[in-house]
Design a protein around this ligand. Structure first.
Ligand code: IVH
Length: 746
């Protein structure tokens, strides 16, 4: 560092030179810190650089650089890139693994659209490029930004890097005023080989190399690494590109983008499969990695009708190439304890390369799988069990966790013994029980089990839950094990972040934490004191409560208080439901004849009514299970979890730390059915049930499965039965399909 002269003594030329030097030094420190996870100066030194930079700038404001490091303070997110919110989310694709998944895909689409099997339906099929997706926004034909996918909602601003990619045009002619082009950045085999031979480090595969090269804070590094780009989709457009997917790709090509030359129109699932085989055959000679073929409904109007599930479009699917396999030795079987107490056996393997990825762990599912039988007790793998010391076949498909597919008995060591499954939790010593009808052993330790507690915390901070920047699985393990920080449950994360210096001090000097990163982490935690209700619910890690159900519950109740009051009222009924539903009853009912079934129904009713439930319990319970997407299994799990005193105390502590639990975004509040609870019944003729539900929800309505006092509208299709009668009795508006369509505007 240059000798520090008082700022007052600097000449203008000195100041300019020093600002240049400081900008470089700060950028280099940022890079070392963010990019390589290897800070090369102390936090104090870094702060000193920034202070000096600011001091000089305030004396010579006209010398302030356009890219002044002062401006990136605070704005820079954890990993050093700015963030960009995608106006239209960037989604992923559902997967098909075999031919029948492809015919199912076609059948599902036809069912959803109500199209008969023989009605024409055209698809596009194109290679699935194995790179990373990028969204490019053009305004008046000029590239304004490039953003990575990130979590789908918010990505990283990699504009400067994208500008160095030759296949990304800086200017377009003839394009709509606003156009977001989406596609894949990838690295060719040739560029990859060259980079690994001459570059700074060895990358595992072209995809990692492409990701590492694009996400460089110094765009000049990106420039030196030849990346390529294929366009295959779009986000915001100020006017439609075309009427079909295929024509839209042609238009993208006319603007100057590369679109994949192997894209074809296909008229049937059989056609799709033919093209798939052809691309699979071409795969070794393409010169870049692809990991499957993407099929999309060609007609964009149909795409719009089909819409999206939680994270994937209904109108597209990725048909993956078959899994890769390899043989290796099974060195040990470890038991991992999950968030809900499930014990999962994990195979520890002699590391082996499976289709380009080094694998040393694989899942063994459960006790039966290891023993060589399925959940019905039927033999799998010809009944061969798996033992420590065996040679096993590892199977890896896409991004899913590798599995053990088979075992080679000819190489089994003579002294091996069958694997005996644990009956106690290896983490807390509590009994691990396997209930009849369940394939999984579960730790009964609940909150006292450290493994469950840690996994719950990891889930709590995960991407689709509280998503706290700088607080990932690694930090959670560290903080959990640390007696001073003592993060044992979600609320502790927020108490840690209280802005007092003693907490900062506690965190500082812990592995990898300096003043700067600690302050940043605390800010990230503070930010999450405001959280959407759906994320909160998902973050609690309640068994069976996934993201979609969490969103359904949030939409239905609108607030934590409304939800918890229903749950509390439903609590006595949940116990009854469990009793009435008990496995034995169900089992017997299946076997029994009609008369016997009637008798069982009486037993069930008796269980429900005797002794009488407190007022409102049954109504609250019915309200809960009446929510479309919430079945009794989830309802029982929700109510029992929230009724456990320990759990409840922990959740209440968390709620007390939060500033605001945001209601779900009022979707389409303008619509005439926003906020209304709608039930569909009978046969709909102009749309399918699934489409009707999706559209109603898009207009802000809640769709319920059964009629109750809370129902606002019953849409009765043909041959509507008891629901219509009940609705009329309750004085609920009943309308037919045409009236409904007229109401929502066709
Ligand atoms: S379409 C809404 N087409 O695969 C659907 N994606 O597994 C947008 N990908 O995130 C994606 N090649 O990064 C589409 N020809 C292709 C693709 C492709 C590769 C990637 C993309 C996506 C991922 C999903």
């Amino acid at each position: 560092m240059p000798q520090e002269r008082p700022v007052e003594d600097l000449t203008e030329a000195d100041a300019k030179a020093e600002l240049d030097r400081l900008a470089k030094a700060i950028a280099a420190a940022d890079q070392a810190y963010h990019q390589n996870d290897a800070p090369d100066i102390t936090d104090a030194e870094y702060d000193a650089l920034k202070r000096r930079n600011r001091a000089i700038e305030s004396r010579f404001p006209e010398l302030k650089r356009d890219d002044s490091p002062s401006d990136s303070v605070g704005a820079a997110p954890a990993d050093g890139f700015g963030k960009i919110r995608h106006e239209i989310r960037m989604l992923s694709l559902g997967n098909a693994f075999d031919d029948s998944d492809v015919t199912d895909f076609d059948a599902r689409i036809r069912r959803y659209l109500g199209l008969p099997g023989d009605a024409p339906l055209t698809y596009t099929a194109e290679p699935k490029i194995d790179g990373l997706s990028l969204s490019l926004r053009y305004e008046a034909g000029v590239l304004v930004y490039a953003a990575t996918r990130g979590d789908g909602e918010t990505g990283e601003d990699v504009t400067a890097n994208a500008r160095t990619i030759a296949q990304i045009p800086q200017k377009l002619t003839g394009a709509p005023a606003v156009l977001e082009v989406r596609g894949e950045v990838y690295m060719t085999h040739a560029a990859f080989a060259d980079l690994n031979a001459n570059g700074p480090r060895t990358f595992a595969n072209p995809r990692n190399a492409a990701a590492g090269s694009l996400r460089q804070l110094d765009a000049e590094i990106t420039r030196a690494r030849p990346l390529s780009f294929f366009a295959y989709a779009w986000g915001v457009v100020s006017e439609p590109l075309a009427a079909t997917q295929f024509e839209a790709l042609e238009r993208l090509a006319s603007f100057g983008f590369s679109v994949n030359p192997l894209t074809r129109l296909c008229l049937s699932p059989a056609d799709l499969l033919t093209h798939y085989r052809r691309i699979e055959g071409d795969r070794p000679d393409l010169g870049y990695d692809i990991d499957g073929v993407v099929y999309k409904v060609n007609d964009l109007a149909l795409q719009a009708r089909l819409g999206f599930r939680a994270t994937t479009p209904r109108w597209a699917i990725a048909h993956k190439f078959p899994a890769e396999t390899a043989w290796t030795r099974l060195e040990a079987i470890d038991i991992q304890v999950g968030r809900t107490g499930a014990l999962s056996p994990v195979a520890r393997l002699a590391p082996v390369n499976v289709g380009g990825v080094l694998v040393s762990n694989a899942t063994l599912h459960n006790e039966d799988y290891i023993a060589g039988r399925d959940s019905q007790g039927e033999p799998i793998r010809g009944g061969r069990d798996i033992r420590v010391g065996d040679w096993v076949q590892v199977y890896r498909a896409g991004d899913v966790i590798p599995k053990i597919a088979d075992v080679d008995l000819t190489r089994r060591p003579a002294d091996s013994t069958p694997y005996v499954f644990e009956t106690t939790c290896p983490q807390c010593g509590s009994a691990a029980v396997r209930e009849p009808g369940d394939s999984t052993h579960r730790c009964t330790g609940g909150l006292i089990c450290p493994a469950q507690a840690v996994e719950k915390l990891k889930h709590f901070v995960s991407r689709n839950a509280f998503d706290i920047d700088g607080l990932g699985a690694k930090q959670i393990e560290m903080f959990f094990a640390d007696d001073v920080l003592s993060i044992r449950e979600p609320a502790d994360i927020f108490t840690l972040a209280r802005r007092d210096s003693s907490n900062l001090g506690k965190l500082k000097n812990r592995d990898g934490f300096g003043e700067r990163s600690a302050t940043k982490l605390f800010a990230a935690i503070e930010e999450r004191r405001t959280i959407p209700l759906a994320r909160l619910l998902f973050g609690l890690g309640i068994r069976h409560l996934g993201e979609v159900a969490a969103a359904d519950l949030a939409r239905h109740f609108g607030s934590w208080d409304a939800l918890i009051s229903t749950v509390d009222r439903a609590s006595p009924a949940a116990e009854r439901a469990v009793a009435a539903d008990s496995a034995e009853l169900v089992e017997r009912a299946r076997a029994a004849d009609e008369g016997r079934r009637a008798e069982l129904k009486k037993t069930r009713d008796a269980i429900w009514d005797d002794p009488p439930l407190p007022d409102g319990a049954r109504t609250a319970w019915d309200d809960l299970i009446g929510i479309e997407g919430v079945g009794s299994v989830l309802a029982v799990s929700l109510v029992t979890t929230l009724s456990q005193p320990g759990e409840r105390r922990s959740i209440n502590r968390l709620i007390a730390e939060l500033t605001e639990i945001q209601p779900p975004e009022a979707r389409a509040t303008q619509s005439p059915v926003a906020g209304k609870t709608v039930v569909f019944t009978g046969t709909l003729t102009r749309m399918t049930r699934a489409e009707a539900k999706a559209r109603a929800e898009a207009l802000g309505a809640k769709v319920a499965g059964s009629v109750s006092a809370k129902t606002d509208i019953l849409v009765a299709g043909e041959a509507a039965g008891s629901k219509a009668t009940k609705a009329e009795a309750l004085g609920i508006t009943v309308m037919d399909e045409d009236a409904w369509l007229a109401l929502i505007g066709g």
